[in-house]
Write a protein that binds this ligand. Structure first.
Ligand code: NAD
Length: 483
């Protein structure tokens, strides 16, 4: 496709599902942040599109409430919110019918970027894509943003890719994974590829292993019946954990450009070895009366996992012999998302084995507070000989970068602006998503065939015993889940 360059100093953004939970909690607060920072183009237009019968005044009032509840910028006052709401419009549209599409088209302007955010259940993606195209709402410069879940296995993901490809080019499709929009994830790439210090050590000769943890304290709560059809493997591992693994394991792309980065990530996924049944642990939480996982599932005998831990091997020259341990779960002790890169011990200690000091560790934290630190060994100050201690070297550099460093954009805000600018680097390509499913499908199939029941774990812990054992038998241990 030959791209016409169109200015991005304004845009029309349509949010299908504009009255839904995600729009109210994340998408609109993200845009509001942009506005509050004075960075929203004056003529930008955001149109909520949903099934509910309401007018623009009612919709704006709904969004005002949402901002007050979910945006840390709402404290800037009603005037700022009022200013933002002037950019907001509403259209009642039936994704599966005829109603509302002509009126929505009338609201769109020529000569500006049009982005359509599909914040609706996935079964509606095809219907919306078709109507956008056939009813003349989209042109070859328009973009669509697609939320997770992108399929529930390889077959459904392929079918969804095919459907979207009927109406849009791959260059117009933005499959969002908000983990990739986090400041620290991008900082990880800056640290890896912007310094000479790390890349020469970034291989199995110097890295002992990598841990990727995404731990939540919440349970499935009201989402129980949805979650029960999915489970931690589909809901978290296939997308978020896999993306983080790719960024750690990929070869340096030639340029920081969409296809250069995504080609390298794809190679990592294709290099993943199948996971042996004894190298993956499924768990399901138990709690007080009425607080068990199964109390919120449709089937009280549900065997869906709310926890997964696994040992993953990237079968290529760089990573042979360096395992990646992944774990994610609900109702765990703390809410922590982090990547830990554990380097090997120095080959020989000139200070003797009792002097102290441990292997270097690079910790990349995505939640709750984003940051990066490198644990290094230094001499403990003072007299008394050579005793070694480990200290974290803070690599967030908030102080060095000044007060603006605190004002990092939120993940949704950044990703939406990338859509407007036409930058797909931080979005998943169709073949990546399919490759990830191709790798996770056999693991899930094996659970189903072998009727593997999840190990129970108590709420508020770090998961089932078997997850600890997964590392113990390799002579390693998980870093404590702590905030
Ligand atoms: P929701 O149920 O709260 O909202 C659904 C929205 O879709 C509503 O605005 C509703 O009016 C609209 N809708 C439903 N049927 C429609 C139709 N026929 N025509 C037009 N509009 C219709 O859902 P949600 O939690 O906001 O999730 C939306 C999407 O985002 C889902 O794909 C979900 O998996 C994904 N997602 C949600 C979250 C989250 O935190 N809520 C996180 C990640 C991904």
């Amino acid at each position: 496709m030959v791209s016409r360059v169109i200015p991005v100093d304004t845009f029309d953004l349509v949010i299908f599902g504009g009255t839904g939970d995600l729009a109210r909690r994340k998408i609109l607060p993200g845009l509001f942040r942009r506005f509050a920072a004075g960075q929203m183009p004056e003529a930008a237009q955001v149109i909520g599109a949903a099934r509910s019968d309401m007018d623009v005044t009612e919709y704006r009032s709904m969004i005002r409430d949402a901002l007050k509840e979910f945006s840390d910028k709402a404290e800037q006052g009603d005037d700022v919110i009022d200013g933002f709401l002037e950019h907001i419009d509403y259209a009642q549209v039936d994704a599966q019918g005829d109603d509302g599409w002509d009126a929505l088209r009338e609201k769109l302007r020529d000569g500006v970027v049009r982005a359509f955010y599909f914040s609706v259940a996935p079964f509606l993606f095809g219907d919306i894509a078709e109507r956008l195209k056939t009813r003349g709402l989209s042109d070859d410069q328009s973009r669509i943003v697609v939320e997770k879940p992108f399929g529930r296995d390889l077959e459904t993901a392929r079918s969804l890719n095919r459907t979207l490809a009927t109406f849009f080019d791959e260059g117009q499709i933005y499959r969002i994974d908000h983990y990739l929009g986090k400041e620290t994830v991008q900082n990880l790439m800056a640290v890896r590829f912007g310094n000479i210090l790390f890349e020469p050590l970034w291989n199995s000769q110097f890295i002992d292993h990598v841990q990727i943890t995404v731990a939540e304290t919440v349970g499935v709560g009201g989402r129980g019946s949805y979650y029960d059809k999915s489970g931690a493997m589909r809901d978290m591992v296939q997308n978020h954990l896999m993306q983080l693994l790719c960024l750690i394991a990929m070869e340096p792309p030639a340029r920081f450009e969409p296809d250069a980065v995504r080609d390298e990530k794809l190679k990592v996924i294709r290099a993943l070895e199948p996971v042996a049944p004894n190298e993956v642990v499924r768990g399901q939480y138990e709690g007080a009366e009425g607080e068990n996982y199964v109390d919120h599932a449709e089937d009280p005998r549900s065997t869906t996992e709310s926890f997964v831990a696994m040992k993953v091997q990237v079968a290529n020259w760089r990573w042979q012999g360096t395992p990646f341990y992944l774990r994610t779960g609900k109702k765990l002790r703390s809410r922590v998302s982090e990547i830990v890169v554990r380097f090997r011990e120095p080959p020989h200690s000139i200070f003797g084995k009792d002097a102290g000091g441990r292997a270097n560790e690079l910790a990349i934290r995505l939640q709750p507070d984003e940051g990066m630190d490198l644990r290094v060994t230094i001499k403990e100050p003072g007299p008394g000989g050579m005793r070694l201690v480990d200290v974290p070297l803070d690599m967030t550099f908030a102080e060095a970068l000044g007060p603006d460093a605190e004002e990092v954009p939120d993940a949704y805000e950044r990703l939406i602006m990338d859509v407007i600018r036409g930058n797909q680097t931080l979005f998943m390509r169709g073949d990546e998503v399919e490759a990830a499913w191709a790798w996770t499908d056999p693991i899930i199939a094996n659970w189903e065939e072998a009727k593997v029941r999840p190990a129970k774990y108590d709420s508020g812990t770090s998961g089932p015993e078997a997850s600890l054992e997964l590392l113990h038998r390799d002579g390693r241990r998980w870093r404590d889940i702590r905030t």
